[in-house]
Every structure is written in C-alpha cells, then in structure tokens.
Design a protein around this ligand. Structure first.
Ligand code: ATP
Ligand code: MG
Length: 570
C-alpha cells in the first residue's frame, strides 16, 4: 500500500477525555474516529488490525469445530419477553420502535436469537452438540462509555453459543473453547490470564474470564503464583483469616465515643487494632434492609452480597434510613442490640473475633468486650469478604497477588436457563423432550485490539505485536523527490516485497524525514526499512525493528531476505 494513496492521517491532537493510552494512540495513529459518545468509525488502518484478529479467531474456532453464521442486529421484543430479559436487562438495552409501533431492540448479545434459531431447526439428540458463532456489531447503552474501544456503546464482538444434550457434553465443549481462547490470545502474543468469574444474576454454573494484564484494566483479579488459582475479585475466595488474640473473658461495656465514626477513628480512640472492631454496614436492596458485619480492617464484596440476596439492585443505606432503622447515625451500628427486624449477615472474619468492639446502636457510643452468642446472635455466617493482595490462596499454601486486567473474553456455562424459558428442546434417544444445555462464549474484537496497545507501546507510539500489526513492513525512502536513485530503489523493493506476499506500507509521501520518523514510531509497524541517499550510494539500507529501535545496516541485495527471516521468526 502506498501511503500517498492510502487513508491514514496521523494527528498530535487528542481530546481531554482520552484518558488511557490505547485510546489516545488509536486516535493519533488514525485507527478510529469518534462519531458520538461510545460510537466510533474504525478507519482503514485500524480495520486491518481488526481483520488480523478476526482471522485468528476464525481459524481457532473453526479448528475447534464451531460453525459461523451471522445474526441480525435488530431483534424483536417478543423474544426478550420470552427470556424475561426485556425488563431485566435494564437501561443498557437500546429499545426501538418500528413504524407500526412494534418494539425491537438493538442486540446487546444474542442468546435469544440463537436459541430461537436452534429451537426451530434442531429436533433430535443426533443433531447435538453444535456450536455456532458470529462476529457482529453489538449495542449496549453503557452508563459510562469510556476509554475508546475498550468500553464503547457500539462494538464488535465474537459471540459463540453451544447446544448440548447434557452437562457432560457442555463440559467437553467448554474445555475445548477454553483451550481455543488460550490459543487465540497466545497467537496474538498477549500476556493474559484466565480467572474464575462471577456468574451473577444469570446463575450459570461455571464461568471464566480472559484478562489481558494491564494497569489500566477495569477489572481486578487475584492469582496464586504457586498453584495457578485465579479469580476475579468479584468472586475470589481466601482461606479463613487468622483471628487476632482475644482479650479474655470480660464483660460487655458501653463506652462513649463522641464523634468517632470510622473504624480507624474508633480504633485509635479506644487504642485497639482495627482488626478487633466489628464493622457493621447497612445495605438496602429490592430484598429489603440487611446489616452486614465484617472485620474492621476489611471490605465487603458487594457482588457476593448481591448474589446471596439475589438482589436486582443493592447499595449502602443512606443516613436517614440508618438512623431510622438503628436509632443511631451512620458509624454507630453494631450486632449487639441490633433491632430484630434487620437481618444480620456475618462474615467469618467477624464471626471469628472474641471480645470485639462494635457500635452500640446509639449516638456516640460503642461496646467493648462484646462476644458472639453471649451478646449478639451471629444469625447467618456467609463469606462476604473482598479478597485482596497478600491474602492466603484458598487452594494451597500460596499467597494471592492482585493484578489489574482488561476482560477481553468471557465464557459461560448457561445451563438450561434460556432453553427452558424459550422451550428449546430436543428429543432424546427414548423420544422424550428435554431442554438443551447451553454455553456461551464472548470475545471483544475492539477491546482486544485496545488491550494489545495497552500492553505494547512506548512514549512515541504503538509497538504492534506482529500478528496484529496492520502492516508487517514500513518502507520509508528519505528525500526521494530529490534523489531518483532512492525512489527507484524504494519502488523496486516495494514490488519485490509485495511479490513475496509481505504486507508493506510504502511511505512514498513527500514529507520531511523527521515527520516520517515520528509517524513511523506512532503507527508502530514492526519492521522498518529506511532508504537514504548516502547509504544507498554504498549499496546499503537501514533495517530496524520498532520494538528495540536498533538500526542495522544491510546490503540492498540482502534486504528482502533479511525481512523474510524476521517475519518468519515472528
Ligand atoms: P464488562 O463486565 O466489561 O461490561 P461483560 O461481562 O458485560 O463485560 P460480556 O457480556 O461477557 O461482557 O461480553 C463479552 C465480551 O465483549 C467481553 O469480554 C468484552 O471483550 C466485550 N465487551 C463487553 N462490553 C463491551 C463494551 N462496552 N465495549 C467493548 N467491548 C465490550
Ligand atoms: Mg457489561
């Protein structure tokens, strides 16, 4: 491709809302253009990289026996009523009405459509299992679209759905797809990790996320370097925390704690460790008001709490609600004397404490020397702990490490949720109808490209991993307008490389060398060939790799061979 005939316009300007480096670099390198919040045009230079990724995805999924199709973006509401998601999906679902007043949505995902398709075609166990996939545009009206393609509203996703006669068959396909996902991210040369994920409201049985490791990632995951256990913190577990020493049998005593609201304030005021304080928080949800007791130095995992309560929404109760329910302002609630109508959930970290400090459910007072059973009913003990860096691995003797990651893939055992709601059944070998068992498998195309840039860049621009690079080689003659020999050498090299099937971007623009060098660094093509008057007179060119920037002088006659070697090496 000749740059002068191509559609690639780099820019120095980036809008203030481009907070992360991949967003800035994709804009600056002319890969994407914003049309509206969370809605982007993928420009030709970006699209080439998308195509590379989509080719890898198709190769691996086809290899794993999946079958590609293409489903509509606009979906009738009836299907979403059947699955009961028309309401439940909430505001992320973009609802639209046609000229006849019929309701539709722009698909945020395709469980409904694929289930409808399969229930009309598949009747017998002999047709199962089957895995179908597409690469297609989704729309989710994200509350906070940001980071460019990382969290867009309209975005490209590969979504696959598998249908099975039973859970064993689902388990086999799930493992095959999990392995295929691993091969995809490896083929992209990305540093990734697979973690156990929360199955949330859909209530499936098993779920894993593929995280590309990056400091700017929106997800937090823990990993055990010893046994490989990995989990999203939304779901992560730890071994029971070691409880601090008790303070012997002592009586319950109320003490004045004027103005001491936070755990740290109370602990400092009473000269105890925050580990000896039971923190009691009140949460409001569609399931009512609940109190949660946890050790003072730890945080509640609201996802675990929401799952336990099966709540549609959940938030800390406001000031007024707390006072009305407990009789005390925020900061003074506690398990001792908590009104009976407020169900109390106790995390093991709090249950294991003996002789603890807690709020007295009155203004400006706490208890010291409190004990479970004697002073407070430990109604329900459940794990609600937010696991963090340095906690003990639940599977081995190791210590968990906390990372940030970008969730680029998500696989999920759905079970029979959709097939039951939408009567997607097959007849088994005795002729009896059974709901199909399903799995689903998502992978964000744009988000993965953004993640690749988060992981591969420097101050000057993108450093493409070869498998995702829009072009493999950048051919850059300097001052070709003034030196016919340089132009001729560049033209002939371009032709030779193209003949060999190399993807070359030929920077034939009439630009100063400085501009060409800066653009080359910005757009990040892995192999660079520079042709200058002086070295060409000696029969040489300059070859360099974007990743290390080291310049090597090569003979004009060896250049193509050297490039082929570098590309073969990957
Ligand atoms: P998140 O928790 O980040 O919102 P999700 O759990 O909603 O993701 P899935 O429904 O599992 O995502 O979608 C599958 C894949 O689609 C994700 O792993 C991600 O790569 C991609 N994806 C999801 N939402 C977006 C988005 N708003 N912008 C770009 N890609 C997305
Ligand atoms: Mg989401």
């Amino acid at each position: 491709m000749r740059w002068s005939r191509y559609y690639l316009y780099t820019t120095r300007e980036v809008p203030a809302d481009a907070e992360v480096v991949s967003h800035r670099l994709m804009l600056r390198a002319g890969m994407i253009k914003k049309l509206a919040a969370g809605i982007y045009t993928t420009l030709p230079f970006g699209w080439r990289s998308f195509r590379k990724l989509m080719d890898i995805v198709r190769r691996e999924l086809d290899g794993a026996g999946c079958v590609e199709l293409s489903m509509p973006a606009v979906q009738p509401a009836e299907l979403w009523h059947e699955s009961k998601r028309w309401q439940r999906y909430g505001k992320e679902l973009l609802r639209i009405e046609d000229r006849h007043g019929r309701d539709f949505c722009f698909g945020p995902t395709h469980e409904e459509v694929i289930t409808d398709t399969v229930r009309r075609d598949v009747r017998s166990y002999r047709q199962l299992p089957i895995t179908l996939y597409q690469i297609q545009t989704k729309f989710r009206d994200e509350i906070r679209p940001r980071f460019g393609l990382m969290r867009g509203r309209e975005f490209l996703m590969k979504d696959a759905y598998s249908f099975h006669p039973d859970y064993d068959s689902l388990g086999e396909t799930y493992e095959e797809l999990r392995a295929a996902y691993g091969r995809i991210f490896e083929a992209c040369k990305l540093d990734y990790t697979v973690v156990e994920a929360d199955t949330g409201a859909i209530g499936g049985t098993d779920s894993h996320e593929f995280m590309v490791v990056a400091d700017t990632g929106e997800s937090e995951v823990v990993r055990c370097p010893n046994c490989g256990y990995g989990a999203n913190v939304e779901k992560a577990e730890t071994r029971p925390l070691a409880a601090p020493e008790g303070d012997g049998e002592r009586d319950l005593e109320a003490v004045d704690t004027p103005g001491q609201k936070t755990v740290d304030e109370v602990a400092t005021f009473l000269e105890v460790s925050p580990m000896r304080v039971v923190k009691t928080l009140l949460y409001e949800s569609d399931k009512g008001l609940h109190a949660v007791a946890i050790r003072g130095d730890r945080e509640v995992n609201q996802i675990k709490l929401g799952n336990f309560l099966d709540a549609e929404f959940l938030a800390l109760a406001g000031e007024d609600k707390v006072r009305q329910a407990t009789g005390a302002p925020v900061g003074f609630a506690g398990p001792v004397g908590l009104p009976k109508e407020i169900p109390l959930l106790v995390d093991p970290s709090a249950r294991d404490l003996e002789g603890f400090v807690c709020g007295a459910n009155r203004d400006e007072a706490h208890y010291v020397g409190a004990r479970w059973e004697r002073d407070a009913e430990p109604a329900e003990v459940i794990d609600l702990l937010l696991v963090g860096d340095g906690d003990a691995c639940p599977r081995c003797e190791g210590v968990l490490e906390l990372y940030r990651g970008i969730e680029t893939g998500h696989i999920f055992k759905l079970g029979t949720k959709y097939s039951e709601d939408m009567s997607c059944v097959y007849s088994d070998d005795s002729g009896q109808d059974r709901p199909m068992v399903m799995g689903c498998y998502g992978l964000g195309i744009g988000r993965t490209i953004a993640a690749a840039i988060e992981q591969n860049h420097d101050d000057d621009g993108i450093i493409w991993p070869l498998p995702l690079a829009p072009f493999e080689v950048l051919l850059s003659p300097l001052n070709a307008g003034r030196d016919e020999a340089v132009r001729e050498a560049a033209d002939s090299l371009y032709a030779e490389l193209q003949e060999r099937g190399v993807e070359v971007l030929y920077d034939d623009r009439d630009e100063r060398p400085g501009v060409k060098f800066n653009d080359a660094d910005l757009v990040g093509i892995p192999v660079r060939l520079v042709i200058g008057s002086r070295s060409l007179k000696e029969g040489n060119l300059e070859l360099s790799l974007r990743r290390d920037g080291e310049k090597h002088t090569v003979a004009r006659t060896d250049a193509v061979g050297r490039v082929m070697e570098l590309l073969a090496a990957g």
